[in-house]
Design a protein around this ligand. Structure first.
Ligand SMILES: Nc1ncnc2c1ncn2[C@@H]1O[C@H](COP(=O)(O)OP(=O)(O)OP(=O)(O)O)[C@@H](O)[C@H]1O
Length: 250
């Protein structure tokens, strides 16, 4: 059961932080047999700012047979019975943050519950970043009313408690906001033309608060990758860390 042995080979010099506020779901093989855990894939959540390179990382690892990559459900967000929830959010965050984040939380749970026979699942973000980065940012920037924030918080607490949403490793693509912004400008997606750099800076702060400063609970060990590098260097970095990211399976 190789996928039940996460992080055994992580040495002290690697950039994995395990100082989490929550119990990590990472277990060693002996733990797994004594706890009689069910077989399930090793679940990696790929976290980072808009334009930090999450899709690029997931595409890189999709070449391995053991990997199921679960991208963000942009199709669902842009076509909700004909409504563009994501487009609405970008157009008027104050009006649409609550609806968007309520729906995003549902679709995040569905991502976590993806059925697969692969032994490693890469999730593009998670229910946790929705709560600790996006909901938190919307509330603190005044786009969520206190009551809406409280409803989203209670939903989140309920889902974390009652749904099975395991994460074994978080890969944090840590990139400077200016770098993310440059990449966004270059790819020129229609929905993103109005994204200001201030939003990217704010989201960066929330990722840092959550994954570096641990001001909010972190559900798994964090592998921090410097995502400011050019494409070729990023690929070398992915290759260097592939054993950790894929739980020693290649
Ligand atoms: N290391 C890199 N150097 C230069 N450009 C990059 C690099 N990595 C990704 N890009 C480009 O930057 C853009 C954003 O990358 P990508 O889509 O992988 O990021 P993302 O984190 O998935 O973004 P989003 O969350 O907005 O989907 C893409 O156009 C991608 O081709």
């Amino acid at each position: 059961m190789p996928w039940l042995s996460p992080l055994r080979d992580v040495d002290n010099n690697s950039q994995v932080s395990t100082d989490s506020g929550m119990k990590s779901s990472a277990v060693s093989p002996s733990d797994s047999s004594s706890l009689n855990l069910p077989h399930r894939p090793f679940v990696v959540s790929v976290e980072g700012n808009i334009g930090s390179g999450k899709t690029t990382l997931m595409q890189y690892f999709e070449r391995y047979d053991c990997v199921e990559a679960v991208p963000e459900p942009i199709d669902k967000w842009t076509n909700l019975k004909g409504h563009n929830a994501l487009g609405n959010l970008y157009m008027d965050a104050n009006r649409w943050s609550f609806s968007f984040n309520t729906y995003a939380s549902l679709t995040r749970c569905q991502m976590h519950e993806t059925k697969t026979n692969k032994s490693v699942v890469l999730l593009e973000r998670s229910l946790y970043s929705t709560r600790y980065c996006f909901v938190e940012n919307s509330y603190q920037s005044g786009d969520l009313h206190e009551m809406e924030y409280e409803i989203l918080t209670r939903w989140f607490n309920y889902l974390v408690k009652h749904e099975h949403l395991p994460i074994d490793l978080i890969v944090y693509l840590k990139a400077e906001p200016v770098k993310c912004y440059e990449r966004l400008r270059q790819r020129h997606r229609r929905e993103e033309v109005s994204v200001p750099i201030s939003l990217i800076e704010d989201l960066h702060r929330f990722h840092e608060c959550w994954l570096i400063e641990k001001k909010y609970p972190v559900p798994a060990p964090v592998l921090i990758l410097d995502a400011n590098l050019d494409r070729a260097s990023m690929q070398s970095l992915f290759d260097e860390h592939k054993s950790k990211i894929l739980c020693g399976q290649i």
